[in-house]
Write a protein that binds this ligand. Sequence first.
Ligand code: SF4
Length: 876
Amino acid sequence: MMRVDGVEVAARGTLLEACRAAGAAVPAFCHDPRLSRGGHCRSCMVEAGGRLLPACTTPARDGLEVTTGGERVMAYRRDLGELMLAESSPGREVGEALAAWGADGARYGLAQARHAPDRSHPHLRVHLDRCILCRRCVRACEEIQGQFVYAIEGRDAGTRLGWGGGAFASSACVACGACVATCPTGALTDADRERMEEGAASGVGATSREAQAVRTTCGYCGVGCQLDVRTARDRVVQIEGAPAAVNRGHLCVKGRYAHGFTRHPDRLTTPLIRRGGRLEPASWEDAIAFVARELLARRGAVAGLSSSRCTNEENYLFQKWMRAGLGTHDVDCCARVCHAPSAAGMRVAFGTGAATNSFEDIERADLILVVGANPTAAHPVVGARIRQAALRGAALIVVDPRRTELAEIADLHLRPRPGTNVPLMNAIACALVEEGRVNREFIAARVEGWDEFRAFILGQRPESAEAVCGVPAAAIREAARRYGSARRPMMLHGLGVTEHMQGSETTMLLCNLALLTGAVGRPGTGINPLRGQNNVQGAADMGCQPDLLPGYASPAEPAVRRRFEGAWGRPLPERPGRFLHEMYEAALAGELKAMVLFGEDVVQSDPDTAHVVRALESLEFLVVQELFLSETARLAHVVLPGASFLEKDGTFTNGERRIQRVRRAVSPPGEARPDWRILCDLMTATGLPQAFGDPSEIMDEIARVAPLFAGVRYDRLEGDGLQWPVESSDDPGTPILHAEGFPRGRGLLSRVEYVASPEHGAALTLVTGRILEHYNTGSMTRRTANVRLAPGDRLDVNPRDAAARGIGDGARVRVASAHGETHAIARLTDRVPEGCVFLTFHFPETGANAVTGPVRDRITGCPQYKVTAVEIAPEG
Ligand code: SF4
């Protein structure tokens, strides 16, 4: 024990920790508990044993008597403050502390202005004159994001914070805002906060920092970061990361800054009905009545696509409406075009199809295998955690044709030719078996099909796979050696696994690796699909798939149907539902007459755009519920204006099965309404009355009908939410699946033969995907300042391929496939291997899906976005 200002406390950690445990207010300008120790600024000096000591770096020890505010300490602080004021003009907590210490420039004078503010970046602001060189930003950038943007440059009086020269916008900053969040002086701040403070200073009503922020869940990717959203006059003015389990205060450029779309003039603010070929404003009453009449007239020939951007409660209502209200299982969601193969493959292997582990297992793993995923761009906060784990010593293996950011720091980067994951994964399994790196105890106790699998897999040797997938056999064996000898190998995968003709089967092969080595059901292991859209996990959980009801019950089983009929009070159809691409075929065949597209811009996001447009145009009636007049909404007969995630209540389920609250921060613009209210009105108007007063009541119904969520209630979701299964009201949730056994009994080893895609073997293969700054079809991010960071889609071309075709960097090129053509600006980079080009699909002007084709995953129908045979040529 020790004493601080006379208060007895345990002698644990540093003196700073002991002082704070004793309730003493000790300043520590260079200290952030999330970062390594600083010890740079000396603001935390305390008196102990007759000496002045820096509290943040001095270990606490038994018997020590510490004084935090005596005359000697205060004199030291005043002088330190005077020295700081002679060098800088700090604001925020440092400025306030110096004033409280009585430092006013009287002793050494006040610093002169030396640096003009740098406002070159759309989101960040730099005021170097406020900097006290505490290095919190340097450490935050290194230790949270791993971007290494900042360094302390120069010497003596010329010492300053630097970022490699030039305007800040030209730096390597990825605008995660970690530096801004930790800066104690305002030297680094963001445009949002500056605007907010200027608004407060000029009295125009901006919120004060003290105003209560609304805690909610990010509406972009499936990481599910927690946000603290500040508002003023019903507008979002600033977003900060919340100290939650998922993101620990960290965010990315989308979650922190891409909120301006909420009040963009393009927002739909009133229902629209097509009259005389034009979409014209209409009242809600007219729009609801019109939609109900037209859908009921086509009952039995209606299909719906639900929205992974919307809440669990809304997705639940949507599929209930389709099934019990409109008599069809023709309901799907965007999992069909992203991770349906993950769910299907894992269901075959384990019996259930969701991530087995939690994001916090990234820090527990001693080896991380990232397959077909680019998390630093598509799941940035998880990407940063993987990068940090690797920098701290976890082994990292990346499997990706492209040299992603994680591939650059990986111990091993395997670059298969696009479309050859199956021979590669089989070969890794073969090497594990050949070299005896399998867990025989685990296999004997928990795995099915070992003998047949062993006989099959020994024929899939790395030396044979090399010729097909292009990865050297030695590297394949090295990957197997590392994965097979790790104690806690964790696998994370993305659309580079699923969006293939054999996407589901490749997921089974990933499961094979985990089953062979016993790397599942334990901390720091498992198979973890990185879910794309914010609530695609939830949309699937809620039954927005034709073959699965809420909680993954099968509508093909009569007893299950009876149960839901009892709960919903309506008969359910026996006819199996159609997958999304089958709906298009049915529309073209005249079997499907009407569709409801809820928050999905399929014209931009689905493959073979011309085919999708033909299908939608062949419908008699199309309803779109949206935020903006998307490419798809332009084809609709009725457009209903919905609310964004910042404008309504509910829950999202992230990629680690965590159900978290979504809370309204501002109201929807104009007459736009929360989608759950629109759905209740539509359901009631079509003869399935819903009387929910609040989304929590919808969740109560979900808990009643789906045993997986039986213990979920809003009052239990405060804090970090709950990870399903949550099977009773005292079940704390399930961070790790399959600890004791698999839902199917034993885990199944799958034997999968490679089948070459019809698009395989072309001189150039197109891979499509995302970049950091934009999200999916870009409808939200393109309407924020992120568009200044990335103003358009780019086609990445290997310099050798470009030279062979006379294409220069920045040239406009034509991209043509057997399915269509588009045009894009070329960016020459060896991040793509020879024979491969990469194009994003965020901008309708590019329309990347004009070229992608009809090849689909053989089990789930997920499009093969990652393999399209193309040719490119410079434009005229
Ligand atoms: Fe939002 Fe994903 Fe970024 Fe987190 S990582 S802030 S959830 S987009």
